[in-house]
Design a protein around this ligand. Sequence first.
Ligand code: SF4
Length: 506
Amino acid sequence: MNATSPNAPTSTPAPVEGADCHNGKEKLIAQASAAGKAEVLAKYAKDYPVGPHDQPQSMCPAFGSLRVGLRMRRTATVLSGSACCVYGLTFTSHFYGARRTVGYVPFNSESLVTGKLFEDIRDAVHGLADPTKNDAVVIINLCVPTASGVPLRLLPKAINGVRIIGVDVPGFGVPTHAEAKDVLAGAMLAYARQEAEVGPVAAPRAGLATSPTVTLLGEMFPVDPVSIGRMLAPMGLAAGPSVPTREWRELYQALDCAVVGAIHPFYTASIREFQAAGRPIVGSAPVGRDGTMSWLEAIGAACGVSREKIDAAKNAVLPAIDGALKAKPITGRITLSGYEGSELLVARLLIESGADVRYVGTACPKTAWAEVDREWLAARGVHVQFRASLEQDKAAMREFNPDLVIGTTPVVQAAKEQGTPSLYFTNLISARPLMGAAGAGSLAQVVNAALANKERFEQMKNFFEGVGTGHSAGVWETQPKDRPEFKAAQLARIEKARKSEEAIGC
Ligand code: SF4
């Protein structure tokens, strides 16, 4: 690295104090840029555009990269960051059933400032680079090491044949945990693509595919890739691996596909790698009748499949989807929001099942690969909000007065408070099939059960009536007295401090 490189540190890394995911974003960006991270932050800003507001309210983005690493066989995943962040990320990983060790390289102000942290990371990587145990070691820089310029790019690319992948995943550079999955998946695909370009690579565990394959981009319920495989068979195609993959060698198989199905449309870095490998990309997914029909058409066309075979594939699956949709219709008005990237697909399936969907909010950005679904929904009068904020999700709930709210935890909480039946998107919708006939039947089951719960929610609302809200929430002998004058005085002091900081230019 020469001194003129945009990544070259321009100053000694300094500890970043008083800044976290809730404040100091501008300072952190400025500091990280000065410490050699300008290039990577510019890439993230292009890949994961924010707006209309600053950043969706969601969990720590680094969880997405951590999850991708922890789900891979023979992969050691190590965090470099503040202990409180690592505690939260480790807790969340095990809450979601990681069953793998989360590695951690601790630091303090001294090791951060003196550069010792990087040496500690390098030692940790050498210790984990045992080819009998690991194919890859992943190091994830969280906010503080990224802002301080800890240079993961200086790690060796491989040790004893074990690949070393270092990624910066700061909350001030990557907007959502969904996109953080793409940061690591994209970095792994880039590495695997370069390996495949220079020589032979490991074959898939189950041997080479006998038919051209469709790589599926996005985390799905395990039955969905199987359903997709069945739908593709009449066209002489097979379902390839899902990306993020569960094993390093699957990356080669994923790259060696006929076409990529961008089931989740926000994998910008991964799509760049597939395009560099010359693979065409098809958006959307086989959900509901319309979705399945157009997806099979688009995949068939991208693979040069004959009209006869495309029609055979459609004829084989569409009657079963029609049957499932008719057998379990959904009646009711629904608003929907989430941060998984599959929100538009779920909304399509709900509408085809008969639901009156008025609003879809997603924390993910608008990309070219979401366009087919956005257009389909817009044509049916649905308001689609990309980079949706919690306030927008809650405002939609109030405006449309739905019979059912599907959303993130705070949205569901607000719905429960007003006595509206509600379902958690991540735990209850993402944890079931969506594709083909299996998806139509399964989604209707959970949604109809929730819609039938209106009376219970009313009972719950009545039961909790009168226990207070805000400052008086709870059961009290003496009701707490609100003191708005304290809050006003504190706000005035904060504003004064802000103005004096501005005046002295800090
Ligand atoms: S690493 Fe995550 S939890 Fe820690 S400060 Fe950054 S965004 Fe917040």
